[in-house]
Design a protein around this ligand. Structure first.
Ligand code: TMP
Ligand code: ASP
Length: 253
């Protein structure tokens, strides 16, 4: 078989040229990194779990009308996605204080925020993805004012959807990160949710016990990351315990 053309290799995923123009194959690796790759490990099975979980969340977003890049899952580690121009921002939505917000502002982790807070980081590994404000985004032309309005709307819709889905299985959505990309439909340009939505990019706490079920387990050496992600997948019915076969989420047309 001819080798596929690699388009981009990130820390946790690789993008290959897709089978049709305008598509890409997104491959989920087992690599885990934290603190801008200062901490690294290979966590067996993480890529499979994130592939399934991202499929589950993106399919749900499609079903409620939130545009995103997911087309279909190809196999245990790969999904077909729509190619887009990634806006160079990490868009973070926070419902409860944690992580860098708690550190920066001295707010105890777990404190409920009076309203969801949206933050932006400029995507540049050499700089460690620094926090930026709308002034920087406008001044350096990373996104237009219309883009920013659309980004806020997408981020809040994803927040409401994910918070509800998680709460339904006893998990509190503390915060998460999304990436957004630009696609062109003829002359019309619009923004879609891209990248992945998985426990790598969310903070998920058990509602009853506060147990962490996300990448903080790796960042803070709290136990088995695979066990934590498997528990999220099991509760959502994505991959029942003891089963090697994922359940395909239904796409409603
Ligand atoms: P933070 O508290 O470290 O700023 O992280 C906020 C959220 O963003 C958290 O859910 C983890 C996610 N995140 C990423 O997905 N990628 C990253 O590189 C970082 C730093 C955070
Ligand atoms: N994505 C970042 C890294 O690779 C860090 C993180 O998620 O904490 O190092």
């Amino acid at each position: 078989m001819a080798r596929r053309k690699k388009i981009y290799e990130g820390k946790a995923k690789t993008l290959f040229e897709g089978p049709e123009p305008g598509t890409l194959v997104q491959y989920f690796k087992d690599d885990a990194t934290a603190f801008n790759a200062e901490k690294k490990d290979v966590i067996e099975g993480k890529g499979v779990l994130n592939n399934m979980l991202s499929e589950y969340f993106m399919t749900g977003l499609t079903n409620i009308g939130v545009p995103n890049h997911f087309i279909r899952r190809l196999n245990m580690r790969e999904q077909l996605v729509r190619a887009c121009e990634i806006i160079p921002l990490e868009i973070i939505v926070r419902n409860f204080a944690a992580g860098s917000l708690s550190k920066r502002l001295g707010i105890e982790e777990g404190t409920a925020l009076p309203r969801p807070i949206i933050e932006y980081c400029y995507k540049d590994d050499r700089l460690g993805d620094p926090l930026v404000g709308e002034e920087h985004i406008a001044a350096f032309g990373w996104a237009s004012q219309q883009d920013m309005d659309d980004i806020v709307s997408l981020a809040l819709r994803v927040n409401d959807f994910l918070s509800g889905v998680m709460y339904g299985v006893g998990i509190k959505l503390v915060d998460f990160k999304i990436e957004v990309g630009r696609v062109y439909d003829g002359d019309f340009q619009r923004l879609i949710v891209a990248d992945e939505i998985s426990p790598d990019s969310c903070r998920l706490w058990d509602v009853a016990t506060g147990q962490k079920l996300d990448k903080d387990v790796f960042r803070r050496d709290l136990g088995s990351l695979t066990d934590a992600y498997t528990e999220v997948a099991r509760r959502l019915g994505v991959m029942p315990k003891g089963s090697a076969v994922p359940i395909k989420p239904t796409l409603i047309n």
